[in-house]
Design a protein around this ligand. Structure first.
Ligand code: ARG
Length: 458
């Protein structure tokens, strides 16, 4: 059956069928499509637009179709273009010409976008669930790692020692915001386009509030032209996914660095690494690399759909059919990435000694020394900064750590330095002194852990 067939005297060329068909992709909307149709048909009967008998017949047919799809017995057909036409055509086979009444006061334009909003609402809930599970794993790892001292970096140069928990908790904050973005996108998309019909609404006395309610939408969309022609909700979904993927990619990049022999901060279990076909010693962090790489396809999907939308005059245009492939791919990618990141976090083994050594290298407590000059000797910070720089320079030439200076040598640089200075030069002391809100001292880390426990329990 060619859609709009009555008007045409020729059948489509094979190439038109090929470019026009979306069934391979949008069959994933089958259940949402049936759900939308049920709500629509119930409403049509309530409003006396179709008879109760017709309604019952259609519902029976839809139920059968649903069963066929679940059982894998449904024959999806390319020449029927998309999921909407496939289901309607099958309905006609099952119940006869009464099936045609299902499309009263409806167009595929409002139908497809209703289906996609329904699908996305559920997809976002799945993402929230998986993200929450990952966050619980991260939280548990953070709690276990509170005693581990690690180097904090800026410019990938050792900057100041931090608790490893602190570093992990930073990702918890990022994922927390990701969940918020998805929740807000879900809130905004939860309005019902059904009944907008092709673009202008319909002359049948439909009740759009009824179908919106049945389908669990907050309200029907106010403007029928907007309802069928915008895909900003899809763009928001992919944007939120792209931002999340950037977070995952940065974490993956860190895991890759940490697992290298040069860092050797973590080791990954054999079950999460792959080998090389030529180098027998290799243990490659492919999972993390692929997380990093898959960010490319999600970012690509965002650019792809922004580009599809940017020049479309209102209202519907077939260009928008291209949205679904991206959406499904982004969703599948994100779910996979969240799940495997969780495994990586849970199963990585932290090499505490190497982390600690790195944290005490690179003059990581130089800021503490400068702060000590300010606090104990009343120096302005700029002066203290430059004096500390001088001391670091000497240490670097002597190839010693700050804590390895003799008091005498320090006094040669600054006579007012006293024995007390050595207390602040260890990573432990440095960390515990940083007790400002959000800082790396254990009191502050515990506060953050308590916050996330409460948040993730709720
Ligand atoms: N398969 C189409 C899509 O995904 C459904 C809407 C078709 N509407 C139309 N006027 N041809 O966008």
């Amino acid at each position: 059956m060619k859609c709009g067939g009555g008007r045409f005297s020729e059948k489509s060329t094979d190439l038109l069928t090929k470019i026009n068909s979306s069934i391979d992709i949008d069959k994933r909307l089958a259940f949402e499509d049936i759900l939308g149709s049920k709500a629509h048909v119930e409403m049509l009967a309530k409003m006396d637009i179709i008879t109760k008998k017709t309604k019952a017949k259609i519902l029976r047919g839809l139920k059968k179709i649903e069963k066929e799809i679940i059982g894998g017995d449904f024959n999806f057909n390319d020449s029927l273009e998309d999921i909407h036409m496939n289901i309607e055509a099958r309905l006609a086979e099952i119940i006869g010409s009464e099936a045609g009444r299902i499309h009263t006061a409806r167009s595929r334009n409002d139908q497809v976008v209703t289906d996609l909003r329904l699908w996305m609402r559920k997809a976002i809930i799945d993402i929230e669930v998986e993200l929450s599970k990952l966050m619980i794993s991260l939280l548990e790892k953070s709690e276990k790692s509170i005693g581990i001292i690690s180097p904090g970096y800026t410019h990938l140069q050792v900057a100041q020692p931090v608790r490893f928990s602190h570093h992990l908790l930073a990702y918890l904050e990022m994922f927390g915001r990701d969940i918020e973005r998805f929740k807000q996108a879900k809130e905004r998309l939860n309005e019902c386009p059904l009944g907008a019909a092709a673009l202008a609404g319909t002359s049948f006395p439909i009740d759009r509030f009824d179908t919106a309610k049945t389908l669990g939408f907050r309200a029907p969309m106010r403007n029928s032209i907007d309802a069928v022609s915008d895909r900003d909700f899809v763009l928001e979904f992919i944007s939120a996914s792209a931002i999340a993927m950037v977070h995952f990619s940065r974490l993956a990049e860190e895991l890759i660095l940490w697992a290298s022999i040069e860092f050797d901060f973590i080791s990954l279990p054999d079950s999460l690494v792959t080998g090389s076909s030529i180098m027998p010693q290799k243990k490659n962090p492919d999972a993390a690399e692929l997380i990093r790489a898959k960010t490319g396809r999600v970012n690509g999907a965002l650019l792809s759909l922004l580009t599809v939308m940017k020049g479309l005059p209102l209202a519907y245009a077939k260009d928008m059919q291209e949205d679904k492939e991206s959406v499904f791919d982004v969703f599948d990618t994100l779910i996979l990435v969240i799940k495997i990141t969780k495994e990586l976090i849970e199963k990585m083994k932290v090499n505490e000694i190497n982390m600690y050594n790195a944290a005490s290298n690179g003059f990581s407590t130089a800021t503490d020394l400068a702060d000590w000059f300010v606090r104990e000797l009343g120096m302005p910070f700029r002066e203290a900064h430059s004096l500390t720089g001088k001391i670091v320079g000497v240490a670097s030439r002597k190839n010693i750590k700050l804590s390895e200076f003799s008091l005498n040598d320090l006094k040669k640089i600054e006579p007012k330095i006293s024995e007390k200075v050595f207390k602040i030069l260890s990573p432990e002391n440095s960390i515990e002194s940083r007790n400002s809100y959000g800082g790396t001292a254990s009191r502050e880390i515990r506060r953050q852990i308590r916050f996330w426990k409460r948040r993730l329990n709720a």
